[in-house]
Design a protein around this ligand. Structure first.
Ligand code: NAD
Length: 433
């Protein structure tokens, strides 16, 4: 049983702290956001994540999981301090380390005994050394630093954290490595031991590789549209090759979320900073941006103009089973539609509150997809929610002013849409008119 302080109680800190508690450790999750801590103290989850509430309730109930904004005290009480604060994209594209540095300073001020300081936030190569320098400047107490990046997927975060495919541990000493490796025993037997810099880079390499797969298949999709080929068959045809694999080969509106856009941009910065011209990752980012516009162009070409038109947008979250809308396709696309003069009615089963924080009243919102379709000129699909995949398409057709669907997630069979009489424009597959 270890005493752990997790600083930053967001998607990553809350889930990993809860899972450490579930494994029998004593965990204090801390945040500067008092409203988050107050909610958690009342058993209200500040984020949507399947299975999270049950696990939080169980561990808070048995006293192994606590929540506080008293960060200093939590650090003093802990043997292991996890940094899980945000590292958002700065205006110039690099990772903003303001919060990480603030936390390093707070740790330094409260280092009352040997502690292992672990970075779980995604941070540029060299950040471990920066943290080490900040802490050493203010404290003479012994400590080690570890990079232990997070690989959970939102929407499956509990499952991913309880059964990790691997843990990456880059430690500044063997002692610290052993402590963090021991902590991970209940979660995985696959531990990649590396130095701190390598561990930091592994996280960016993983996300950049997955983003590359998505942009690659989107580029193939764009060729498919020009040569009458079908990208879903190309994905099947290449994905069955075990060297390639089927995952992250779904063509569509491009990647979003809190990680891929910012981490590809940050990796580009890291490469520039060390004098390397990483052309591939630049192209991955460009393809992703143009994929958003592609959907808007399809909509405009189908409707002639968006001025005075009503568009039903299905999906605000960047992917299903999460309320996270950071860099989601909908957040990028809805302002474009309204700029072109359209009225937008948006549907999402979970992410409306989060979307409102970004989009305000640029569109209206509904938790009923059919509500958004009444007399709408077109329907634009941006998230592959199961609820959208399972829509009653007869009802959809009867509600829309004209049966026009632009599908950024390739949710429906071409044959079905043909049979039902839709105009159906998806990505990299034959258009149905
Ligand atoms: P988040 O925004 O959901 O949570 C960050 C939390 O840190 C917030 O609650 C914020 O209030 C808190 N915070 C900020 N400054 C603080 C401070 N000085 N002291 C205490 N708390 C502070 O972010 P997230 O999605 O959990 O991501 C955290 C990190 O993990 C990022 O670096 C991200 O790139 C990385 N990551 C995220 C995911 C994911 O799926 N979300 C997956 C892997 C890695």
């Amino acid at each position: 049983m270890k005493k752990i302080a997790v600083i930053g109680t967001g998607y990553v800190g809350l889930v990993s702290g809860t899972c450490f508690a579930e494994a029998g450790n004593h965990v204090t999750c801390c945040d500067i956001d008092q409203s988050k801590i107050d909610k958690l103290a009342q058993g209200i989850m500040p984020i949507y994540e399947p299975g999270l509430k049950e696990l939080v309730d169980k561990n808070a109930g048995r006293g192994t999981l606590q929540f506080t904004s008293e960060i200093s005290q939590a650090i003093r009480d802990a043997e292991i301090v996890y940094i899980a604060v945000g590292t958002p994209m700065s205006v110039t594209g690099e990772a903003d380390l303001t919060y990480v540095k603030q936390v390093a300073q707070t740790i330094a001020e409260n280092l009352n005994s040997y502690k292992v300081v672990v970075t779980k936030s995604t941070v540029p190569v060299g950040t471990g050394k920066v943290i080490q320098t900040i802490i050493s400047q203010y404290s003479s107490a012994p400590f080690d630093i570890v990079s232990n990046p997070e690989f959970l997927r939102e929407g499956a975060a509990i499952k991913d954290s309880m059964n990790m495919e691997r843990a990456v541990i880059g430690a500044s000493s063997d002692k610290a490595y052993e402590i963090i490796a021991e902590l991970h025993k209940p979660f995985t037997s696959n531990i990649v031991k590396a130095n701190v810099e390598t561990a930091e880079l592994i996280k960016y390499a993983a996300n950049a590789f997955l983003a590359t797969k998505i942009s690659f298949i989107n580029d193939i999709a764009n060729i498919c549209e020009r040569v009458d080929a079908d990208v879903s068959k190309v994905s099947e045809g290449i994905g069955l090759d075990s060297r390639i694999g089927p995952k992250f080969l779904q063509a569509g509106v491009g990647f979003g979320g809190s990680c891929f856009p910012k981490d590809t941009a940050a990796l580009l910065h890291i490469s520039k900073d060390c004098g390397y011209d990483f052309k591939l990752i630049q192209a991955v980012m460009e393809t992703n941006e143009s994929q958003r516009m592609l959907l808007v162009k399809k909509l405009i070409s189908a409707l002639g103009s968006l001025k005075g038109k009503t568009i039903s947008v299905l999906g605000l979250a960047f992917k299903p089973d999460t309320d996270d809308v950071r860099s989601s396709p909908a957040i990028d696309i809805i302002p474009l539609l309204t700029d072109f003069g359209a009225t937008v009615r948006a549907y999402d089963p979970i992410a409306i509150d989060e979307a409102k924080k970004k989009l305000g009243y640029q569109c209206s919102y509904s938790e009923d997809p059919y509500e958004t379709m009444k007399q709408a000129d077109a329907c634009l699909i941006l998230t592959d929610w199961m609820e959208v995949k399972q829509l009653d398409l007869h009802k959809v057709k009867s509600l829309l002013k004209q049966p026009l669907i632009i599908d950024g997630r390739n949710l429906y069979q071409i044959e079905t849409m043909q049979r039902l009489g839709f105009t159906y424009l998806s990505v990299g597959r034959p258009a149905v008119h």
